[in-house]
Ligand binder design. Structure first.
Ligand SMILES: Cc1ncc(COP(=O)(O)O)c(C=O)c1O
Length: 444
């Protein structure tokens, strides 16, 4: 029997994909949203529902890879953007809107006195690393194995590490995640095993004179929603203070987990924070935020400004307006509601797994969830399941859920929005129960 779920039928998407492959390599401009044989094309969306080009409506559990915390077309955000569209879209002058969003971020994050905006999370991480290098006068970067920080050369290392190349657990090898990155990059990247305090400490000690920064997610999403153990993050802070290393938190994704970000929940204050996704209210965005001292490398008043941070679309007023409105709609109570929806999602998925007698588990943190098949739960990257069988099961689930009216990712991630209700979560639970039954029959 075939172990590939039949792709959801969408004649119009299939036709569009045929046109796309004539003008884009593989028909795609965004590898993370492609799946075989062709992705469904979206036509419109409202709240937590997306309608494809054949008129089929589904509940969106991806939310543009987490950037849409209020779902699609929130009326308040849209009204503010439409008003801004009629006033001013882009101009080679600063606008009030960037001050307002920067003020909101400074108010929410205790570690932040100053902010500069970029146009993506990738750029935010890249500029944060550059700031750390300019500030410290050193060049090496430490990052966690299995963590994704966007497409910058020095960050796209050891993201999808696998046993064939990952080397020793206490000193993971630096492995480029993609071709096209010069080999010398890996010489300047120290890969640390997340949540392994002893091994991480030894690697930092050994490289303390050449490390400009440690880039770390307080919650590593790509590796399986792994939260940094309190003693691990606290020790990183101490080591950075002791050796003059800049501690960078990547909160591009995890900022959605709490009113003060994941850093507020951890109680650890980084020197710099990379932000993105929800702070743009659905529009392209990124930001580097941090202490006045480290952020002074961007200070344009200096006779010899250390970092010349240009960018035609930095702090563009459409993004700034959408981002501010989005955050204004997120008081602490909104996070509490999202957390409750996250708990309910974990419960319905876990129950559905048990009902189907399928060996698997759900990892969840606030409004983010992931399903794993086989293996054991762990807060260490190498200990979580990563078999080909799991990959095949996750792809099967993705396809089967699309047929059931649910959009998830091909790697079984589920991302919630404030537009969802308990009934939407229960619909996912019922759909998942049917899909898990099919998975059990296919994969045993
Ligand atoms: C933790 C993290 N950092 C950085 C990025 C890169 O952000 P962007 O896709 O906006 O470049 C992402 C994107 O998913 C992310 O999850």
């Amino acid at each position: 029997m075939s172990k590939v779920a039949a792709p959801p039928r969408s004649p119009r998407s299939e036709q569009l994909y045929r046109e796309a492959i004539e003008v884009m390599p593989g028909g795609s401009s965004r590898a993370t949203i492609f799946y075989a044989p062709y992705p469904l094309y979206a036509a419109s969306a409202q709240g937590c529902r997306v309608t494809d080009v054949d008129g089929v409506e589904r509940i969106d559990f991806v939310n543009n890879m987490s950037s849409l915390i209020h779902g699609h077309n929130h009326p308040v955000v849209n009204a503010a953007v439409k008003a801004q569209l009629d006033r001013l879209t882009a101009v080679a002058m600063p606008t009030e809107s960037e001050i307002a969003l920067a003020q909101e971020l400074c108010q929410r994050l205790a570690s932040v006195d100053r902010v500069v905006f970029t146009n993506s999370g990738t750029e935010a991480v890249m500029m944060a690393i550059r700031a750390a290098r300019a500030y410290s006068g050193r060049s090496a970067v430490a990052k966690a194995e299995g963590a994704y920080h966007g497409a910058y050369d020095f960050a796209e290392v050891s993201v999808n590490s696998s046993p064939e190349t990952w080397g020793r657990a206490e000193a993971p090898s630096a492995v480029s995640a993609t071709e096209g990155i010069p080999g010398y990059v890996n010489e300047d990247v120290i890969v640390i095993p997340y949540n392994d305090l002893e091994a991480t400490e030894a690697l930092i000690e050994a490289n303390r004179d050449r490390l400009a920064c440690i880039v770390i997610d307080p919650v590593v999403s790509r590796a399986g929603l792994i939260r940094g153990r309190p003693e691990y993050l606290a020790r990183l802070r101490e080591l950075c203070d002791a050796y003059g290393i800049v501690l960078i938190f990547d909160e591009v994704l995890s900022f959605r987990l709490g009113y003060n970000g994941a850093q507020g929940q951890s109680g650890i204050r980084p020197d710099l924070t990379a932000l993105g996704k929800i702070i743009g209210g659905g529009f392209p965005v990124g930001a580097v935020a941090g202490s006045a001292k480290v952020m002074s490398v961007f200070d344009v008043r200096m006779p010899h400004v250390k970092i010349h941070h240009g960018g035609t679309y930095n702090a563009n007023p459409i993004t700034m307006t959408a981002g501010l409105k989005t955050l204004e709609l997120l008081p602490p109570a909104a996070y509490a509601r999202l957390d409750a929806l996250g708990c309910r999602t974990k419960t319905v998925l876990t129950e559905a797994l048990a009902e189907a007698k399928l060996h698997g588990f759900v990892r969840a943190d606030g409004s983010l969830l992931s399903i794993f098949f086989g293996g054991q739960d762990s807060d260490r990257f190498r200990e979580l399941p990563r078999s080909d069988r799991q990959t095949a099961m996750q792809r099967y689930l993705h396809s089967a859920l699309l047929d059931e009216g649910i959009i998830s990712t091909p790697f079984s991630a589920f991302i919630l929005s404030t537009a969802m209700t308990e009934a939407d979560i229960d619909s996912l639970g019922e759909a998942a129960a049917r899909c898990f039954g099919a998975l059990k029959r296919q994969f045993g």
